[in-house]
Design a protein around this ligand. Structure first.
Ligand SMILES: Cc1cc2nc3c(=O)[nH]c(=O)nc-3n(C[C@H](O)[C@H](O)[C@H](O)COP(=O)(O)OP(=O)(O)OC[C@H]3O[C@@H](n4cnc5c(N)ncnc54)[C@H](O)[C@@H]3O)c2cc1C
Length: 277
């Protein structure tokens, strides 16, 4: 099987629904666990290669950590990812042309402090604190130090605490005590765009043609080494798993099994258990 680049993997953005339906109805060769962006992209790629698949998703919706919701604030709000980062090489930016999405640059930020908009001096203090944090992150990153943000930047005043809160919980969904400075430093740079209407909503529309079994939690992946047998769901005589779970999609070796552990042994039997409708 030829190597698949990220760009190629997402290249099937406009894959015909009929082809997806065909691949999902064909004998299951690959079970994709999780219908987040990685799982959906994996299913698209499998369909493009005419490989039968089944996608199992624990939640009652697709998209995983990409989710837009419009009720709580009265406007579209992305609970998870919202930015199309590194726009110059982000394959999803192509959705703009395909689906007529409107990409927007971030509006100028204003700081809300003590029940009012912050003054110029306060804004300058925050910018300075963000600058200090950025320099501390760059220093750790250049040295290859995989250390928590909080350990290299013990906040000394409220502006430094706000800077940490922006970089940690706000931008990464992780507390500074658990966020790696090295990871922050190695984030892709370049242009970033928001998507009008929400990135989660756009990705849900993009993946909506992929047939997915919802509310289907995979609780166990069983491998019996050395026997060739049918997968538990009974469609086909071998199955590989593409795991689109929290660690992202991993394509298993040809004829083998991609799995949650690092076990390099080939597997010939795969059975899935859990609640499926
Ligand atoms: C707060 C926050 C902000 C972010 N901001 C950005 C951003 O601005 N830009 C950006 O590019 N990225 C951002 N990210 C990262 C981005 O959201 C993720 O990298 C991406 O959504 C991961 O996709 P995925 O398919 O690998 O995993 P997920 O989206 O986590 O999908 C995994 C899916 O697998 C399902 N699943 C898991 N286990 C099982 C099981 N046993 N059985 C069945 N189904 C299962 C889950 O329900 C889920 O739907 C952000 C993340 C967070 C949390």
């Amino acid at each position: 099987m030829r190597a698949t680049s990220r760009r190629t993997l997402l290249g099937g953005l406009a894959l015909a629904p009929a082809l997806l339906q065909w691949a999902a109805a064909a004998e299951t060769e690959v079970v994709v666990v999780g219908a987040g962006v990685a799982g959906l992209a994996a299913a698209l790629e499998l369909a493009r290669r005419r490989v039968g698949f089944t996608v199992l998703e624990a939640r009652g919706r697709i998209g995983g950590r990409a989710r837009t919701e419009s009720t709580s604030l009265g406007v579209p709000f992305d609970h998870g990812c919202s930015w199309l980062q590194a726009a110059q090489r982000n394959p999803f930016v192509g959705l703009r042309r395909e689906r007529g999405l409107r990409l927007v640059r971030e509006a100028a930020k204003r700081l809300w402090l003590d029940g009012r908009f912050a003054g110029a001096g306060e804004e300058a203090s925050l910018r300075a604190a963000l600058g200090r944090l950025e320099r501390a992150i760059a220093e750790a990153g250049r040295a290859g130090r995989d250390v928590a943000l909080a350990s290299i930047f013990p906040a000394r005043d409220r502006y430094e605490r706000i800077a940490l809160a922006i970089t940690g919980p706000f931008e990464a969904g992780v507390e500074p005590e658990r966020l790696s400075a090295l990871k922050v430093w190695s984030r892709p740079g370049g242009l970033e765009y928001l998507v009008e209407g929400g990135l989660g909503a756009a990705l849900a529309t993009w993946g909506s043609a992929v047939p997915v079994e919802l509310a289907a939690t995979v609780r166990r992946i069983r491998r019996d080494v050395g026997r060739r047998a049918a997968p538990a769901r009974g469609r086909g005589d071998r199955a590989r798993t593409l795991h689109g779970g929290p660690k992202g999609a991993r394509l298993g070796p040809a004829g083998g099994t991609a799995r949650r552990t690092a076990d390099p042994r080939p597997a010939t039997r795969l059975s899935l258990s859990g609640s499926r409708p």
